[in-house]
Ligand binder design. Structure first.
Ligand SMILES: *[C@@H]1O[C@H](CO)[C@@H](O)[C@H](O)[C@H]1NC(C)=O
Ligand SMILES: *[C@@H]1O[C@H](CO)[C@@H](O)[C@H](O)[C@H]1NC(C)=O
Ligand SMILES: *[C@@H]1O[C@H](CO)[C@@H](O)[C@H](O)[C@H]1NC(C)=O
Ligand SMILES: *[C@@H]1O[C@H](CO)[C@@H](O)[C@H](O)[C@H]1NC(C)=O
Ligand SMILES: CC(=O)N[C@H]1CO[C@H](CO)[C@@H](O)[C@@H]1O
Length: 916
C-alpha cells in the first residue's frame, strides 16, 4: 500500500446483520471519480429509493478528498448544490493544503463505489472504516458510522465531565452548548469540540475532527454481535472530516492545532493567582478581600467581580450605590499601584430597559430579531430580566461592541479592567421554550433580584482611600439608575434594510423545521430551543439560522496578524470581546475567559470549567476536564473554580483544591452567591496550603510560561495526561487523576476526602521527589505515597529534565520577575538532562525581543546556549544537580537531598558553561 495515496481497489467485506431501522436507507453510489495529484473527487448519487426518515434524502452529493499535508487527510461529503449550511469560513478559517509536501502521505484513503463507503488507513492500520453501513444525508439528519477495534482508547468529544478515556458501550455524547449548572456528567455542557483521539498504544495514535456546528449525538457502542463502532448523528451541516495521522498523541495535538489554530499566548501576570466570588455586596467588600489577602500574606495577583457590580445586572452599567464609579476607579488604581489586576464579568444579553447600551444597540439595529412582519426584537429573560441579544453575524455589531467597551471600560473615566470574563454565552436564556412572555417570566422569577442593602464603609481598610473608611462619606448617589420595569421596546425600528430571502451558498437549506427537527438529539435541556435563543431566529447578513450556528454564539474566530493590524470578519462573542479589548490596549495580549467555546476557541480565549459544585467528585473531574481542554482541544488557558462554585466548601476540600489549582494554567478561586465565603485566608490550613503552593507555582512560573509559549508555537501541549508522555505504557491509558505539568513534572494529587495517602502510578522511568530531592525509580506500578497532610501534594520531576526556577517567590508576578534563577538539573539514568527557558516582556503580542535559552547537561557540564534577545536584568544565581547518591566533597553537597548546589553569577546575555 505504501506509496499509493489513494487506493481505488474495491473493498471486500461481509455484509453485517441489521444495525438499525436506518438500514432501509439506500446509501450513495460513487461515479465520475477523478484523481488529480493529492485530490480526489467523485459524485455520490442516491443509490435507491429515498428513505426520508428525518427529513428528505439529498439525491446528489459530492466527495472531496485531499491529502493536505503529510499527516492530514481531509474528507468531505457535501451537497452538489452547496445549499446545505457549512460552518462559515469567517468563524473557522479552513486549513489549506501545504503546497510542497512530499508525495507520500502517512494516511491513505480507499473506498467502495456502490454503495459508497470509505476507509482511512495509516500503513496497514485501518483508522476509520464506514464499510457495510450506508451514509445518510438528509435535510435534517446526517448519519455516518465507523468501525473501531475492540476496547478502543478514545478521548475528547467535548465538552463533558465524563471520564477522560471515553466509555465504549452505550455511550452517547450529545453536543449542544448549554448553561449546564453543576456540570453534570452524561450531559452536554457549554462547549463544542467534536474531535476525538484514538490511541492504539504501540500501533500509534490518530485524531478525527468532525468540523460541524450543528447539534449532534455521537454514539460509541457495540452492535448486537459485538462489533465496536462510533457513530455521528447530526442535525445538519455537511460531513467534513480531518484525519490527523499522529502517530503519537502529542503529534495529533500539534496536527489539530494546524486545523483549528494555535492557542493564544497569555501575559505573564495571568498565571498569577486570581480571586473571585459572586455575591460581594459592594466595593467595600471587594476592597476588604484585597486587603485581607495582603494581610494574610497570600499573593493575590488579580481581583475579580461577578455581575454584582452592575445596576440591576445590566451589562455596561454600574450599581451607583454599591459600586459607584469614583470608588471603582479608586479600587482599580489601588490594585494597579500594587501591581495587581482587575477583571469583571460581561454577559451578552443586554437588558431591554431604559439604559444606554440598549438604546444605542437598538438604534444601530444590532440585536437579534424575529423574521416577521413587525420585525420584532427577539427577547429572553436573563439576569437583568427582559433581555435582547446582540447578533454577532450583523456587520455592525463589532462597532457597537467596541464602542460599548471603549465607553464603559475607558481607562480615563471608566472601569479600567485588565482582562475580561464572559459568561452566559451559550447563549443562556432562563425562560423555557416557548417563552411566550419573557417579561412576565422575569417578573415571576425575580429577575433581576433585589440588590443587597446599601452600606456606608463598614470597616477600616488600611491603605485604601479615605472614602473607603468608616464615617467618611454618605453612600453613593441615590437610585438615579434604578431599573425601570415596563415601558420596554419590543418593536425594532426599521433600521437597516429588510433581509433579502435569496440566500448565498452554504447558508442552509430552506423548508426545514428549525424548532422541532424530526431527529431529536439528547439535549439535557430538552428541545433545542429550550433555555437558549430560539433556533428559528435568522441572523443578519447572510441569513444563517440559529439552528445551525447556535454552537458558535459564544466563541471565537482566529485573528489574522497582517502588517501590524488585527483583521477579523465575522465576530462571535469571544472574538468580538478579544477584539474590543485589543482596541483598548493595542499589542497587549488580552485575557478573555469565556464559558462557551467552539473548536478553535483557544486561539482567542481561555475557559473556566463552568459552574461546578464544592464537592470531591467535581474536584476530581476537574483534572480530566482540564486535560481534555489543554491537551486535546487546544484551549490551554483553563481551570475550574477552585474550592468549588456552588454549595458550601469545607476546609479540607478547599485546602486540597488550592493545591491542585496551583497546577491549573488558570488558577482562580470562585464561589457562588449565598454560599459561605471561601477566600483562602479564611482558614489556617487553607492559608498554609495556598501560601505553600503559590510559592511553588511562582518559582515554577517561567517553566510554565516557557512550556505554554511552546504550545502557542507548535501546538505541543503543556499539560498532558500520562499516556501522552508514555504512549506505549497501557497502564497510563485510563489514568485521569495524575498529570504532567509540562514535560518534566508529574503531579499526583490526593483525590479522596479524608485521605492522607495517594496511590500514584509511576511509569518505568527515573523521577525525583520535589520536596525531598531524592530519586524514585518508577517501575511501571503503583506506589502508595503516605503521610500527606492536607497541605501536601506529591510532585515529581522526571529524570532527563532541567527546570528553570526563580530563586524565591514574590507577592506579585511583577516582583517575581525581579528574582534571579536557579537551574535545577534532574539527570536521567545516563546522567544527562535538557531544558529551556523563554523570557520576553511578558505582555506584548509581538515582543520586540525575546530570550530563548536551552540548557544541556552531560558529563558534569551544564551548557547554556540559545538566543539572548530579551534582557531580564536578573542572573542565574544557583545551579542544583539532583541524583548525587555518592557522597561528594563539594561545598554545596547536601547528603539528604542527594544534590549538589553551586552558587554562580551568570548573566542571561550569552552562552555560558558551568562545571558541576
Ligand atoms: C444505555 O443507556 C441508557 C441511557 O443512559 C439507559 O437507559 C439504558 O438502560 C442503557 N442500556 C444498556 C443496555 O445498558
Ligand atoms: C476580612 O478580615 C476581617 C478580619 O478577620 C473579617 O472580619 C472580615 O470579615 C474579612 N472580610 C472579608 C470580606 O473577607
Ligand atoms: C425546558 O426545560 C425545563 C426544565 O428546565 C423542562 O421542564 C421543560 O420540559 C423543557 N421544555 C422543553 C420544550 O424542552
Ligand atoms: C452554607 O453555609 C451558610 C452559612 O455560611 C448557610 O446559611 C447555608 O445554609 C449553607 N448551605 C448549605 C447547603 O449547607
Ligand atoms: C452564577 C450563575 O450563573 N448561576 C446560574 C447558573 O445557571 C443556572 C441555570 O441553569 C442558574 O440557576 C444559576 O443561578
Amino acid at each position: 500500500m505504501k506509496g499509493t495515496l489513494f487506493l481505488l481497489t474495491p473493498l471486500v467485506g461481509a455484509v453485517l446483520g441489521s444495525t438499525s431501522q436506518l438500514d432501509s436507507c439506500p446509501g450513495y453510489k460513487a461515479s465520475n471519480v477523478k484523481q488529480l495529484g493529492q485530490r480526489l473527487t467523485a459524485d455520490l448519487d442516491l443509490a435507491g429509493d429515498a428513505c426520508n426518515i428525518y427529513g428528505t434524502d439529498l439525491p446528489n452529493l459530492k466527495l472531496l478528498v485531499e491529502a493536505q499535508t503529510e499527516t492530514r487527510l481531509h474528507v468531505m461529503i457535501y451537497d452538489a448544490n452547496e445549499e446545505v449550511y457549512q460552518v462559515p469560513d469567517s468563524v473557522l478559517p479552513r486549513p489549506q493544503s501545504a503546497k510542497d509536501h512530499k508525495k507520500e502521505s502517512a494516511l491513505s484513503f480507499d473506498f467502495e463505489e456502490n454503495p459508497f463507503s470509505f476507509r482511512v488507513l495509516r500503513e496497514e492500520e485501518v483508522l476509520f472504516d464506514t464499510s457495510d453501513t450506508n451514509i445518510i444525508f438528509q435535510s435534517q439528519y446526517l448519519n455516518l458510522r465507523t468501525w473501531l477495534p475492540d476496547d478502543p482508547n478514545l478521548y475528547g468529544l467535548g465538552e463533558h465531565t465524563d471520564s477522560l478515556r471515553l466509555p465504549t458501550t452505550n455511550y452517547s455524547r450529545t453536543i449542544w452548548n448549554r448553561d449546564a449548572y453543576s456540570v453534570p456528567s452524561d450531559s452536554n455542557l457549554y462547549g463544542t469540540h467534536p474531535i476525538y483521539i484514538d490511541h492504539r498504544g504501540e500501533k500509534g495514535t490518530h485524531g478525527v475532527f468532525f468540523l460541524n456546528s450543528n447539534g449532534m449525538d455521537i454514539k460509541i457502542d457495540k452492535t448486537a454481535d459485538g462489533k465496536q463502532y462510533l457513530e455521528y448523528n447530526t442535525l445538519g451541516g455537511v460531513l467534513d472530516f480531518y484525519f490527523m495521522a499522529g502517530p503519537t498523541p502529542k503529534e495529533v495535538s500539534e496536527q489539530y492545532s494546524e486545523v483549528v489554530g494555535l492557542p493564544a499566548m497569555q501575559s505573564y501576570w495571568t498565571f498569577g493567582y486570581h480571586n473571585c466570588r459572586y455575591g460581594y455586596q459592594d466595593v467595600f467588600d471587594v476592597a476588604e478581600v484585597v486587603y485581607n489577602y495582603s494581610r494574610a500574606g497570600i499573593p493575590l495577583e488579580t481581583m475579580w467581580t461577578d455581575i454584582d457590580y452592575m445596576s440591576g445586572r445590566r451589562v455596561f452599567t454600574l450599581d451607583d450605590e454599591r459600586f459607584p464609579i469614583d470608588k471603582m476607579r479608586e479600587l482599580v488604581s489601588y490594585l494597579h499601584k500594587h501591581d495587581q489586576h482587575y477583571i469583571v464579568m460581561v454577559d451578552p444579553a443586554v437588558s431591554n430597559s431604559d439604559n444606554g447600551a440598549f438604546k444605542r444597540g437598538h438604534d444601530q439595529g444590532i440585536f437579534l430579531h424575529r423574521d416577521n412582519e413587525q420585525n420584532e426584537l427577539y427577547q429572553g429573560a436573563v439576569w437583568p430580566g427582559l433581555t435582547v441579544y446582540p447578533d454577532w453575524f450583523n456587520k455592525d455589531t463589532e462597532r457597537y461592541w467596541n464602542s460599548e467597551f471603549k465607553r464603559f471600560f475607558s481607562p480615563k473615566d471608566g472601569v479600567d479592567i485588565d482582562g475580561l470574563w464572559i459568561d452566559m454565552n451559550e447563549a443562556a436564556n432562563f425562560c423555557p421554550y416557548p417563552c411566550k412572555n419573557p417579561a412576565e417570566y422575569a417578573e415571576q422569577n425575580d429577575l433581576p433580584p433585589a440588590p443587597p442593602p446599601v452600606r456606608s464603609p463598614p470597616r477600616h481598610i488600611p491603605g485604601f482611600p479615605a472614602d473607603f473608611q468608616p464615617g467618611s462619606s454618605s453612600p453613593g448617589p441615590s437610585s438615579s439608575h434604578r431599573v425601570k420595569g415596563g415601558g420596554t421596546a419590543t418593536v425594532s425600528r426599521s433600521v437597516g434594510e429588510k433581509r433579502s430571502h435569496v440566500k448565498a451558498k452554504k447558508v442552509g437549506l430552506s423548508g426545514r423545521d428549525l424548532i422541532n427537527p424530526p431527529y431529536q438529539i439528547a439535549n439535557a435541556a430538552g428541545s433545542i430551543s429550550n433555555k437558549t435563543i430560539d433556533t428559528d431566529i435568522i441572523h443578519a447578513g447572510e441569513g444563517y439560522a440559529e439552528y445551525d450556528t447556535h454552537n458558535l454564539y459564544g466563541t471565537s474566530k482566529p485573528l489574522v496578524f497582517i502588517i501590524g493590524t488585527y483583521l477579523t470578519s465575522t465576530l462571535v462573542m469571544s472574538s468580538a470581546s478579544r477584539e474590543a479589548m485589543l482596541k483598548r490596549r493595542p499589542n497587549v495580549r488580552p485575557l478573555v475567559i469565556t464559558r462557551s467555546t467552539f473548536a478553535g476557541a483557544g486561539s482567542q480565549v481561555g475557559h473556566w470549567l463552568g459552574d461546578n459544585f464544592s464537592q470531591w467528585d467535581k474536584y476530581r473531574v476537574s483534572i480530566p476536564q482540564m486535560l481534555a481542554f489543554a491537551s486535546i482541544f487546544q484551549v490551554p488557558m483553563v481551570g475550574s473554580d477552585v474550592c468549588g462554585f456552588a454549595g458550601n466548601t469545607t476546609e479540607e476540600l478547599c485546602a486540597r483544591w488550592a493545591m491542585l489549582g496551583g497546577f491549573y494554567p488558570f488558577y482562580r478561586n470562585h464561589n457562588e452567591f449565598g454560599t459561605m465565603p471561601q477566600e483562602f485566608y479564611l482558614w489556617p490550613t487553607v492559608t498554609e496550603a495556598a501560601k505553600k503552593i503559590i510559592d511553588i507555582r511562582y518559582r515554577l512560573l517561567d517553566y510554565l510560561y516557557t512550556s505554554f509559549y511552546r504550545q502557542t508555537l507548535t501546538g505541543s501541549p503543556f499539560l498532558q495526561p500520562l499516556f501522552y508522555v508514555y504512549p506505549e505504557d497501557s497502564n497510563t491509558f485510563g489514568n485521569e487523576l495524575q498529570f504532567f505539568y509540562g514535560d518534566s513534572i508529574l503531579v499526583s494529587p490526593v483525590s479522596e476526602e479524608g485521605a492522607t495517602a495517594v496511590d500514584a502510578y509511576f511509569p518505568k522511568d527515573l523521577f525525583y521527589d520535589w520536596s525531598t530531592g531524592v530519586a524514585v525509580q518508577g517501575e511501571g506500578s503503583v506506589k502508595t505515597i503516605t503521610d500527606l497532610a492536607i497541605t501536601d501534594i506529591p510532585i515529581h520531576i522526571r529524570g532527563g529534565n532541567i527546570i528553570p526556577l526563580r530563586t524565591a517567590s514574590a507577592k506579585t508576578t511583577t516582583d517575581l520577575r525581579k528574582r534571579g534563577f536557579e537551574i535545577l538539573i534532574a539527570p536521567d539514568t545516563d546522567g544527562s538532562a535538557e531544558g529551556e527557558l523563554y523570557i520576553d516582556d511578558g505582555e506584548s503580542i509581538q515582543p520586540d525581543t525575546a530570550a530563548d535559552i536551552q540548557f544541556k547537561y552531560r558529563d558534569g557540564k551544564l551548557r547554556i546556549l540559545g538566543r539572548f534577545g530579551y534582557r531580564p536584568n536578573v542572573i542565574i544565581e544557583v545551579v542544583t544537580l539532583l541524583g548525587q547518591k555518592n557522597k561528594r566533597r563539594d561545598v554545596g553537597y547536601d547528603a539528604q537531598r542527594q544534590s549538589v548546589t553551586k552558587k554562580v553569577q551568570i548573566e542571561l546575555t550569552g552562552p555560558a558553561e558551568v562545571i558541576l
